[in-house]
Design a protein around this ligand. Structure first.
Ligand code: HEM
Length: 498
């Protein structure tokens, strides 16, 4: 084809795309001015964001300053050829999450992800079983129930401490916090979720752990999303085969644990011989046997997906802040020492550790594990920020502009100041990292108790300083907030004899 034909073809395609895009955007107009909602360019809009995620590595603060700060309060970005509306103000976020626009997420699982999560809470809406699932699962996450799980958190932290003692004696105590945080939170979900010990902290090659990791690792494969499942399984036949085997293995494992547990629960002296976990609490709450075996299996899977990467993200950010903010660290150590007097924490003592609570909240404000992944679908025509939003539109509230807004937090919005979460000031602030409203994170209390217990256990024995030259560079390639290179620290025992 000669060059002018190429130019002509390109011109025609551009005109068609521009006409089509104009048609799509024309449904989103300002009710007062008639102005259309701003839309990122279709051609490079989505792809520039993806490129940024793949290539752009920086601190969260810089990411915000350089890439997101200039965004308008509400705008359209493209998910393929689909317009999605991003909202960045607190008012619109509340409108979307709290005032019941809908409880449906913009969640289109691939066929593989559907087999793992299709019957779990994350995929459910009020109309298709979401209410039942939340009603039965919710009681397991109440403080009174979770208090029986705190020893699991403490025992796992103790294994880490034993490893740290060895490391301190053998190689001067240089430890990879990122690896420990991931192993620890995985171990905790296994034990506290359904009483299974993956020996994540003590053995290198546990087959069950590898099977779970293989399943989770390909759950949201971008190529499968873009090109579809058939093409994915043609190109990556071996990978596809392996993940199917891994899924079958882990489903069998979880299913057997559930069947066995149901049998054990029938025994009269059950409660005295077994340490309680989430599965126990769920079966206890499900008095009418409303949950099917499939729903039980998939929700145990969901706990892994929802609670492993997120908690490891917060644990790393908190340990990083403990390392870099010395004044805060000293206040925290004083509080923990005075309250615990060298003992293990329990639910009551944890509730009295107000500075630890404030530090965790401040970490999650500045380093929210997910900030652009909250989604809802509008179930009726509505007005948001003055613009008409047609029914069926996908809405993406972005937390970062709200968590870092000077209007909300004051001129020191970008600074780490835990004190803003203590005293009368605290009641003015809301943390959105777990979302808010009817579909708020189910594991919020679990995560708070888990991370606080672990930090109390570790800080009673060690403090740590950064290895020279290490700074937090955010890995924007990761699903949750994670450092690009492993957070490595040097341990310093608080007492001489380790
Ligand atoms: C620091 C750790 C965590 C963070 C930041 C976090 C954050 C979130 C967020 C943002 C959502 C989506 C809410 C929405 O769409 O409105 C969510 C949902 C959920 N999370 Fe968490 N999460 C954490 C830990 C956990 C843990 C440990 C568990 C379970 C053991 C868990 C279980 C769930 C479940 C089951 C849902 C779905 C709730 C529903 O659909 O109604 N999360 N979480």
């Amino acid at each position: 084809m000669s060059w002018w034909l190429w130019v002509l073809l390109f011109g025609i395609i551009s005109l068609v795309v521009s006409w089509w895009k104009d048609r799509k955007v024309s449904r989103f107009v300002n009710v007062k001015t008639g102005e259309r909602l701003k839309a990122r360019s279709l051609f490079y809009g989505v792809y520039s964001i993806l490129a940024r995620l793949f290539w752009y590595r920086c601190s969260i603060k810089d990411f915000w300053l350089q890439t997101q700060q200039g965004d308008p309060p509400i705008f359209i970005k493209w998910a393929g050829f689909r317009p999605v509306v991003v909202v960045t103000t607190e008012e619109s976020l509340l409108e979307v999450l709290l005032h019941r626009v809908t409880d449906k997420r913009d969640f289109k699982p691939t066929p593989f992800a559907d087999k793992v999560l299709g019957h779990s809470l994350i995929a459910a809406t009020d109309q298709n079983g979401g209410r039942k699932l939340r009603r039965v699962l919710n009681p397991a996450f109440k403080n009174a129930k979770l208090s029986s799980i705190i020893p699991v958190f403490a025992d796992s932290a103790q294994i880490v401490l034993n490893k740290w003692d060895e490391s301190f004696q053998n190689d001067g105590g240089v430890v990879d916090i990122t690896a420990y945080a991931k192993k620890l939170t995985f171990e905790v979900i296994g034990k506290a979720g359904f009483g299974f010990d993956f020996q994540n902290l003590t053995s290198e090659d546990n087959p069950e752990r590898k099977a779970i990791e293989t399943t989770l690792g390909t759950l949201f494969h971008p190529i499968e999303w873009i090109l579809g499942n058939r093409i994915f399984s043609l190109i990556w036949a071996e990978k596809d085969r392996k993940r199917k085997v891994a899924l079958a293995t882990t489903r069998k494992l979880i299913s057997e644990v559930i069947v066995q547990r149901k049998k054990m629960r029938e025994a009269e002296n059950y409660s005295t011989e077994h340490e309680y976990d989430l599965l126990d609490h769920i079966l206890e709450a499900d008095t009418a046997n409303e949950l099917t075996q499939e729903e039980l299996i998939q929700n145990v899977y969901l706990f892994f997906i929802a609670g492993y990467d997120t908690s490891s993200s917060v644990l790393q950010s908190l340990m990083y802040m403990i390392t870099t903010k010395h004044e805060c660290r000293n206040k925290l150590i004083k509080e923990i020492d005075e309250e615990l007097q060298g003992n293990r924490p329990d639910v009551e003592s944890l509730s009295r550790l107000t500075y630890l609570d404030a530090m965790m909240k401040e970490v999650m404000r500045l380093f929210p594990p997910f900030f652009g992944l909250l989604t809802r679908v509008a179930n009726h025509d509505m007005i948001l920020d003055g613009y008409t939003i047609p029914k069926g539109t996908s809405l993406y509230p972005n937390l970062l502009p709200i968590h870092l807004s000077e209007k909300i937090w004051g001129p020191d919005a970008l600074e780490f100041i835990p004190e803003r979460w203590i005293g009368p000031e605290a009641s003015k602030h809301t943390l959105y990292s777990f979302a808010i409203g009817p579909r708020v994170c189910l594991g919020k209390r679990f995560a708070f108790l888990e991370i606080k217990t672990i930090v109390c256990m570790l800080l009673q024995k060690y403090t740590w300083r950064l290895t020279p030259g290490w700074t937090w560079v955010n890995d924007l390639n990761a699903l949750s907030t994670q450092p690009a290179s492993p957070l490595t620290v040097i341990l310093e025992p608080r007492k001489k004899n380790v």
